[in-house]
Design a protein around this ligand. Sequence first.
Ligand code: MN
Length: 341
Amino acid sequence: MREGPTLGRSAGATDTGRRRRRNEDSYVCEPPLFAIADGMGGAQAGEVASRLAATVLAEGGPGGTTGDGEARVEALIREANRRVFQRSHEDAAMSGMGTTMTVALVNAEAGTIAFGHVGDSRAYRVRDGRLEQLTDDHSLVGELVRSGKISPEEAESHPQRAVITRALGTEPDVDVDTFTIETLPADLYLLCSDGLTDMLRDREILAVLEGARDLDAAARRLVEAANSSGGDDNITVVVFEIAAAASEETMRLPAVAPAVELDDDEDTLSGLERVRAVDTTAISAEELKRYVEPEPADGASVAAAAAPRGRERRRRSVLPLVLLVLLLVVLAVLVAWGLYR
Ligand code: MN
């Protein structure tokens, strides 16, 4: 029997959630390749974008199947980008569509996983009872947190937390973040869309993962927990684990926390305050700079570090709408105040 870690079980689950009409998320669970895509665009365009990107990935993509882990992951994502971009220009109804994409490619022999990602769908690792986020969100609030403008707590309820700074399919080419990590037996990995992470805190995600009987149950229960917390957006998760080759017990999850049972009628997470999700949009590098650029006295280094590398992103800001809503709220308060005097 072969020594060392090997790829264990894996499972995926997706759900429309409680407030959306359509599920614009897609996922790939084809060991050793795993991915999440969260689409955006009008009408059915978001679904088309995420499904097309997932299909390109699952098929391997022309010319994308060679090279080492990171090179292959990047080639796959860039091919998916080309296909979504091309489609959006062939069909007017699909104009402007895009999708996030987070990919993990496991090399069990080498004991490594290559990740590639664009957007705000995340990858996490559970090791030694700790949940660790592996990816940096390509989002407005992600940039604001990294540049120290707002705290991670402020990011959770930020009205523009759905604004992403990079997307697949909105430009002819795309910047892909790639990195490789080493695995250990009993590692558990989670890829997920923001419909999960906007609804659940890290400790809640960890409790569900560690309390589940197996990975199918874990994936299902994550979706249930996000729905119990409001289900404001589509929820998609992919989980996979690294097991010891000699062990038959590939289903065992790192056991630290006691089992957490989440019955459908037992709404254990509903007490937490949640804010309604807003539609994902992309903003350009220039718009982003207006948010993260330091005051003139601070110099330019922070802005340079915070701005996304490479070309300008698609311009589709939600700012005017936010200002309009604020104005309406102020007006409503003034009118109500006037009535009650
Ligand atoms: Mn989403």
